[in-house]
Design a protein around this ligand. Structure first.
Ligand code: UD1
Length: 367
């Protein structure tokens, strides 16, 4: 029997991995082990995702927690090396662009263990983003590369990656949306927060470039306050990421944020409540990566407050627009409100079956 180790550590990893682990369990004679690096560790950032997505309890938990990039990456590397020696895997699967992904891939590559990378080839071409470094290095040492869309193939080609190892399979984050579609209807989050469908915006911010400085956070406060003035009836739901919350407190900005009419400052939401509130929102304002994809699939307008995106297909075919100023944001909100905002077109292979494709290919690679 072949052994495959799945390395997960952060919220988006759990969402991408759940359908793949389920399919790998289904396809064959494979022992699937889950290593949780503990990069995300609060129940609302981790435990709830495991239970809602139906991932079994991790076989190993490195409990790495927060820390600088070096501390986090090095700690995960040391932990992974011990587990790989003990389990002697035939393959490891790494997800996305987070430090957990890079750290595990580096260890496996030095030990000669094949690496499958889910979500290869995305590029923002912005090396100040820590994730961009993680993407480029992970792709350069991976054995089998799974791509969410065809534009990623051009990026990999440009970097000299062997195209025969690359497979466009679609998006396993979308698989989770499809698989749990009925569960979202059961969420009570709108009642809990006293929200009405399409009468609120959902906002998330956690990029270091936006939230790690007082200036960045003050801009976000200004954005919220302008949106609030634009339409007094529109609520803004803001589930706050721990990084963002720590910085709001550090820079003493909580009171200013709290004074904004209609802004609901909330704890992070679990997966089902979050997607349910995304689906029923009028629009989403974010700096997240995965949310650009989920909103496109759900046909919900998404204003991404960033200079660039590694997911251009969501701009080209989806509901995503990059916004860089309050004026930009206001203009787009007006078009959302008067019904002229663009609508999403279907993206090839974003059909809920990506994990089935991945499992089939990996089964062949392993046999
Ligand atoms: C990480 C990823 C980012 C991804 C995001 C998803 C990297 C470099 N960044 O960013 O690409 O978009 O996850 O959410 O891998 N914290 C808690 N509780 C938790 C998790 C984090 O308090 O459960 C705190 C940490 O202690 C740390 C801060 O939040 O102080 C940031 O966590 P970290 O995992 O370092 O980075 P993220 O901003 O979450």
């Amino acid at each position: 029997m072949k052994t495959v180790i799945h390395i997960v550590g952060t919220r988006p990893n759990f969402v991408k991995a759940a359908p793949i682990i389920a399919e790998m369990e289904r396809v064959g004679n494979i022992k699937n082990l889950v290593v949780h690096t503990g990069q995300h560790y609060d129940d609302k950032m981790s435990g709830i995702f495991f239970s809602e997505l139906g991932i079994s309890k991790p076989h190993y938990n490195l409990d790495i927690g927060g820390g600088s990039h070096a501390v986090q990456t090095a700690g995960i590397m040391i932990g992974c090396e011990q587990i790989f020696i003990e389990c002697d895997p035939n393959l490891i699967v790494v997800y996305g662009d987070v430090n957990s992904c890079l750290a595990a891939a580096l260890v496996a590559s030095k030990m000669g263990i094949p690496i499958a990378h889910i979500e290869s080839g995305l590029r923002s071409y912005d090396r100040t983003m820590p994730e961009e470094i993680n993407r480029v290095i992970t792709d350069s040492i991976s054995t089998v590369l799974f791509l969410t869309s065809f534009d990623a193939m051009a990026n990999l080609n440009r970097e000299g990656v062997d195209i025969d190892c690359c497979y466009v399979v679609g998006n396993t984050m979308i698989d989770s949306l499809v698989r749990l579609s009925e569960e979202f209807d059961k969420s009570k989050i709108l009642n809990t927060l006293s929200l009405e469908k399409k009468a609120y915006a959902l906002a998330t911010f956690h990029r270091p470039s936006n939230v790690d400085t007082a200036g960045g956070l003050e801009k976000i406060i200004d954005i919220f306050s302008e949106i609030s003035k634009l339409n007094k009836k529109l609520k803004i739901v803001f589930p706050v990421h721990p990084r963002t919350l720590n910085n709001i407190k550090k820079f003493n900005l909580f009171d200013r944020m709290n004074q904004i009419d209609n802004l609901l400052i909330e704890k992070p939401l679990g997966y089902l409540d979050f997607i349910s509130s995304m689906r029923d929102s009028l629009f989403v304002l974010t700096d997240s990566g995965g949310i650009q994809e989920e909103t496109t699939f759900l046909n919900v307008p998404c204003l991404t407050y960033r200079e660039n995106t590694e997911r251009p297909v969501t701009v080209e075919l989806g509901t995503n627009i990059l916004v860089s100023s309050i004026a930009d944001i206001k203009e787009n909100i007006k078009s959302i409100m008067n019904g002229t905002y663009k609508r999403a077109k279907a993206i090839e292979y974003w059909d809920g079956k990506a994990a089935t494709r991945v499992a089939k290919i990996l089964n062949e690679v392993l046999s």
